[in-house]
Design a protein. Structure first.
Length: 289
């Protein structure tokens, strides 16, 4: 059945390139009424996909732009805050899947610097409450400590309220000695701002004589980024059908493979993750060549 499954997958991907198919398909895949069917068939698909994926080279760093919480809520007749909560719960699932597969680095885009100025205050407050809840859960989660997962947050932390900063400090301090997996949450994050901060740091080091002009290279910039202690992402996944980068890891993902799916983030399944990894494995990475 392996060849038949691959043929069906390729046919589905080909059909989804057409808008007349993609629109109804997106509605169906995110429908609550379809979820019972999806949940049953997903287990079968996931087992088949995982067997193939685990037999090939895995990405070492997966980054995810978690998009579609509000549209998921709107399509389901729910308040936006409930869509965000569904997204939080989905992230917990995805962390389990990544740990099970054995990918050592997972980075997720939770809140951009643009979101802080564009979202309504009440929605931001609800998001901040979810971040506090999620970070506090991570700090005491048995899975985190059992699997030696280091939790860290990247972004303009000075833009975040005190309650979120306290939760960040708590999660980071309690997992700082873990060294098998790294889970990074990008909060109040903007890649352009990150690069600007790195350039400022280089300028300051050059001005005080600690960095020679001829020594400034990619390595010197990379290590001054907020994610400077991590390898660049191999695979960047974006949910909800949008095909843009949205100011996320611009420098780090220069040679990453991108995978876009129409599924809203709360509807993202284990099979969707495995399909993204398999697509990555089927590509020949050229690194600019």
């Amino acid at each position: 059945m392996g060849w038949l499954g691959r043929t069906l997958d390729r046919t589905a991907h080909w059909l989804l390139q057409w808008r007349i198919i993609r629109g109804p398909a997106r509605w169906i895949v995110n429908s609550r009424y379809a979820w019972s069917i999806v949940s049953r068939t997903d287990r079968v698909r996931a087992r088949r996909l995982q067997t193939r994926v685990m037999s090939d080279t895995l990405p070492q760093h997966i980054s995810i732009i978690m998009d579609g919480n509000r549209r998921y809520a709107a399509d389901s007749g729910l308040a936006a805050t409930l869509g965000h909560r569904a997204g939080k719960e989905k992230l917990e699932d995805v962390m389990d899947w990544v740990l099970d597969i054995g990918v050592p680095y997972l980075t997720v885009y939770a809140l951009s610097t643009e979101n802080i100025t564009s979202r309504k205050p009440e929605e931001l407050d609800a998001l901040f409450d979810l971040y506090v809840e999620g970070l506090n859960d991570l700090s005491t989660d048995e899975r985190i400590h059992k699997n030696s997962v280091k939790v860290q947050v990247a972004g303009r932390k000075d833009l975040l309220p005190e309650r979120v900063l306290e939760a960040i400090q708590n999660a980071e301090s309690l997992t700082s000695s873990h060294d098998k997996f790294v889970f990074t949450v990008c909060l109040a994050y903007g890649s352009r701002e990150e690069i600007i901060d790195a350039v400022r740091a280089i300028a300051a080091d050059h001005a005080d004589g600690s960095l020679d002009l001829t020594s400034i290279d990619e390595k010197e910039i990379s290590k001054r980024l907020w994610t400077g202690d991590m390898p660049d992402p191999d695979l960047v996944i974006r949910t909800s059908g949008e095909e843009r980068i949205s100011n996320f890891l611009l420098w780090q993902s220069a040679y990453a493979e991108y995978y876009f799916t129409d599924v809203y983030w709360p509807s993202f399944t284990r099979a969707d993750l495995l399909e993204a990894i398999e697509a990555y494995q089927n590509r020949k990475r050229r690194f600019g060549e």
